[in-house]
Design a protein around this ligand. Structure first.
Ligand SMILES: Nc1ncnc2c1ncn2[C@@H]1O[C@H](COP(=O)(O)OP(=O)(O)OP(=O)(O)O)[C@@H](O)[C@H]1O
Length: 597
């Protein structure tokens, strides 16, 4: 429960919705209880007037008595209707205030969690899987909403209604009040246990359903592999097995639910019988009137729903507490990358790694081992090396996705930790190794880092990334949607759109991580030619696998096992006759063989 205390700030924020809400709960219950008294009066009127009616048997006056009697009953009927109507209006406002408040809190909480997510570093995202992150913003927040809305509303309602009904009952007859209320606690306990069992089973079904949809999603994504390997039958059988588990869990739930309502009806019936029996003996004793029995039967029935909902509300609160605990865990997580905020920042583009060692925090893999190098402003630096040698880790550290385990990274002579990260990243154009395009138009994907989409700049960036001619061939040109709902771009086209996204920023520092791998050598040359023309005054770092890509680099670092094993320009490296020369010769040979074919 203490976890839910976090939400109190929202109750305070929305106090002007909550307070009227409470007033509506109280008044609606007053109007809920009043009809029972009207019914009592009407009942008593019937029993009293029947005597009078019979007394006038055979007289003309009997007709008049009947008319007065009928009109009075009609009046009471109309009164009950009016009271119900007023109660209905008040209930409407009760929901309009409290449930509306819960929707506002849900909105605020979702935004708060999402904003917090945005501040957290890459290592956080590595540690937590996407499904879990999404669940906290969606499912957990929904469960918390059930607490701040329905649970609070029904709890308030129950407390107020019980107070009013008990006062009314006791003021009539203490003994009858005691016996009428006696079955209710027993009923609450039974309903609580049945409800808990329903909850456990519903959770099982939910889990099974998530597993099933995860299975389906993965298989739809990998449908090409499934078809290519002819595994459709096998997958179909696996799906049937998973569905079978889901079906079993659902049947289990139906069984418990089937017990729930008959048990409930039985308990309500018992309560009513007890009320009528004890009430009857009290009428015989002369301590209450027959109308009081009717009044009590109405009270008992009025209490049924709150008692029924008690189990439900308890489980709502328990679930919300568990969800809020998970949400609090995340909200308390601090980013391990913190930044200073500076009023201004201009970047020249010098990068220096001084004895940098980097171990990935989650796996303990030593990605970089005592690496030192300097890139001067405007220089073109290339990084080459075997897979897993630490090239991407260099890019990650320059982007400050992670901080080095030891050593220092200096930007224009200032340690990176002392640089305003937001402004710094705004000066960088980064093309990651795994291309990611949003489900949006090509133009918006290219202009992603820009505040406003300037089409002239979008076109120029697309031309520089050698993808312009491809895009204009699409039916909707730059307005073509990409991603799940749009066209599927080829691997090379995606890479070039991703390059255009970096180029449009005219960054001071351009980092391209192996982003020319799916592009043919001719297009690659075209891009490099454009880049060459635009690179003046801007530092660029190109991570590549092909030596041909980086021949023109001012300096090339050759990586192996997280260390720089060679460095220099193309000619210097060839002269050294080391790893670089070996790579170059091997690639030349591969190219010759391909050409001969
Ligand atoms: N996010 C990560 N968490 C943990 N370990 C990682 C992570 N990324 C990379 N590694 C590990 O760090 C080492 C260096 O990886 P890195 O991605 O820097 O290599 P790379 O030279 O860029 O490889 P490639 O050419 O295949 O992209 C590898 O052993 C890899 O398994």
């Amino acid at each position: 429960m203490k976890h839910l205390a976090y939400l109190n700030k929202f109750f305070f924020k929305y106090r002007w919705r909550m307070l009227p809400g409470i007033i509506f709960v109280i008044t609606s219950n007053i109007f809920g209880v009043l009809p029972a008294r009207v019914i009592r009066i009407a009942f008593d009127l019937v029993s009293e007037n029947i005597g009078v009616f019979r007394l006038f048997n055979g007289f003309e006056r009997q007709e008049l008595v009947y008319q007065i009697f009928g009109t009075s009953l009609l009046f009471f009927g109309a009164l009950v209707l009016v009271l119900a109507l007023i109660r209905g209006i008040l209930l409407f406002f009760m929901r309009q205030t409290i449930i509306l408040m819960s929707r506002h809190i849900e909105y605020d909480l979702k935004n708060e969690i999402y904003n917090h997510y945005q501040k957290l570093s890459m290592s956080f995202y590595r540690k937590n899987d996407t499904g879990d992150l999404m669940n906290r913003v969606t499912e957990d927040v929904s469960r918390v909403r059930m607490y701040v809305g329905p649970a609070i509303m029904y709890s308030l309602n129950t407390v107020v209604l019980f107070a009013l009904v008990i006062i009314s009952m006791v003021s009539v007859n203490l003994k009858l009040a005691f016996f009428s209320l006696l079955p209710l606690p027993i009923m609450a306990v039974i309903i609580y246990y049945i409800h808990s069992s329903i909850n456990v089973k519903s959770e099982q079904i939910q889990k099974q359903l998530s597993k099933l949809s995860g299975f389906v999603q993965e298989n739809f994504s990998g449908i090409r592999v499934i078809k290519a390997y002819g595994r459709e039958k096998h997958i179909r059988e696996k799906f049937a097995d998973e569905s079978e588990d889901y079906k079993e869990a659902s049947l289990d739930l139906v069984q418990v639910q089937a017990v729930f309502y008959p048990v409930l009806m039985l308990l309500i019936g018992i309560s009513t019988i007890v009320t009528i029996y004890i009430g009857g003996t009290e009428v015989i004793n002369g301590s209450i009137s027959a109308g009081n029995i009717a009044e009590f039967v109405v009270y008992v029935n009025m209490l049924m729903f709150p008692v029924m909902s008690l189990g439900w509300v308890t489980s709502l609160i328990q679930r919300a507490a568990a969800s809020q605990k998970r949400i609090n865990e995340f909200l308390k997580t601090e980013s391990d990358i913190t930044s200073v905020t500076l009023p201004e920042y201009t970047m020249k583009g010098e990068i220096e790694f001084r004895n940098v060692t980097f171990i990935y925090p989650d796996t303990g893999i030593v990605a970089l081992d005592n690496v030192s190098f300097t890139v001067k402003p405007g220089q073109f630096m290339a990084i080459i090396g075997r897979t897993g040698s630490g090239k991407t880790s260099i890019a990650n550290l320059i982007m400050r996705m992670y901080d080095p385990t030891s050593g220092t990274i200096l930007i224009d002579g200032t340690p990176l930790k002392e640089v305003d990260l937001n402004r710094y990243r705004n000066n960088i154009g980064f093309v990651p190794q795994d291309v990611f395009l949003f489900s949006d138009t090509i133009a918006n994907n290219i202009a992603f880092g820009e505040r406003v989409t300037d089409m002239a700049k979008v076109y120029q960036a697309a031309k520089d990334a050698a993808v312009y001619n491809n895009i204009i061939k699409f039916e909707h040109g730059f307005e073509t949607m990409v991603g799940e709902r749009g066209v599927t771009l080829s691997g090379g086209q995606k890479q070039r759109v991703s390059i255009a996204r970096a180029l449009i920023k005219s960054p001071k520092l351009l980092i391209m991580d192996d982003c020319l791998s799916a592009i043919d050598t001719k297009t690659e040359e075209e891009i490099l030619r454009h880049l060459g023309a635009n690179l003046h005054g801007r530092t660029s770092i190109l991570i590549a696998h092909r030596v041909s890509t980086i021949k023109n680099a001012d300096i090339t670092l050759v990586f192996d096992h997280g260390k720089i094993v060679e460095q220099g320009n193309h000619h210097e490296l060839l002269k050294r006759d080391g790893v670089y020369k070996l790579l170059y010769d091997r690639q030349l040979l591969e190219e010759e063989i391909t050409e001969e074919k």
